[in-house]
Design a protein around this ligand. Structure first.
Ligand SMILES: [Zn+2]
Length: 241
């Protein structure tokens, strides 16, 4: 075997190893927020590659006078299910019909097993140098003379250099979740993870026994939810094929 074909063989083996590793990293449990071990090892709740890029961005922001603070990063399947059930019961008490109830929840919250926050690639952030007052993840606080408007502008100009993009952009063509100026995804991991995620059979996976409103989460609902919510993101974060 000559040197050229030997190098080619080594390259193929390496690629196969890389592929196998990626498959491993993107297990069904990891994609659905059911594999916590990797994420509990770092207290900020981001996969290590995301955390490293985030740290670099944080340092750059600091030089510009901002203190990027995480409000929410990793969220488990069970935590998302608790959020869903709590909102469902509260809307029910307020007289919402099941259809209205679910529609209201999915303005901002996901079905458990479908949150980008399950992946360790996504963060909700604010400027921690400004004292918190009440709820912080409110659109108005990121615009006009809101406390986080300046950070939003800095992020819009700089975050992409560090690999961070906004899935829930302000785009009237976009369907699904409402505009979230605070939510960023680490694209180098979030794009391949979404691609792997879309290969799962979500019909079988998304309706746990103890989910409120489960009888209304039909295959038809799930199909529409995938098209409009899971894929209702900025095109820069969609896998190319
Ligand atoms: Zn978020």
């Amino acid at each position: 075997m000559n040197f050229k074909s030997l190098s080619l063989l080594v390259l193929i083996i390496n690629l196969k190893l890389l592929f196998a590793q990626n498959e491993l990293n993107f297990s069904q449990d990891l994609l659905m927020g059911k594999e916590d071990s990797k994420l509990f090892s770092n207290s900020i709740g981001l996969l290590s590659e995301t955390a490293a890029a985030f740290e670099k961005m944080k340092i750059a922001a600091q030089k510009a006078g901002f203190k990027i603070e995480i409000v929410s990063a990793y969220r488990s399947f069970n935590r998302q299910k608790d959020i869903w059930n709590r909102k469902y019961r509260s809307n029910e008490i307020n007289g919402f019909s099941p259809d209205e109830n679910i529609k209201k929840i999915i303005e901002y919250s996901t079905l458990p097993g479908t949150s980008r926050h399950h992946w360790g690639t996504d963060v909700d952030i604010i400027d921690g140098s400004i004292p918190r007052q009440g709820d912080v993840l409110i659109t108005e606080k990121f615009h006009g003379d809101g406390p986080y408007a300046a950070l939003r502008v800095w992020m819009e100009e700089n975050a992409s250099q560090f690999g961070f993009l906004r899935p829930y952009s302000m785009d009237s063509e976009r369907k699904g979740f409402k505009y979230e100026p605070w939510h960023y995804s680490y694209a180098p991991l979030a794009i391949p993870m979404l691609k792997a995620y879309l290969n799962l059979d979500l019909n079988l996976l998304l309706v746990p026994e103890d989910l409120e409103g489960r009888e209304y989460i039909t295959p038809l609902f799930i199909k529409k939810y995938i098209d409009q919510n899971i894929l209702g993101i900025s095109s820069s974060l969609k896998p190319s094929n």
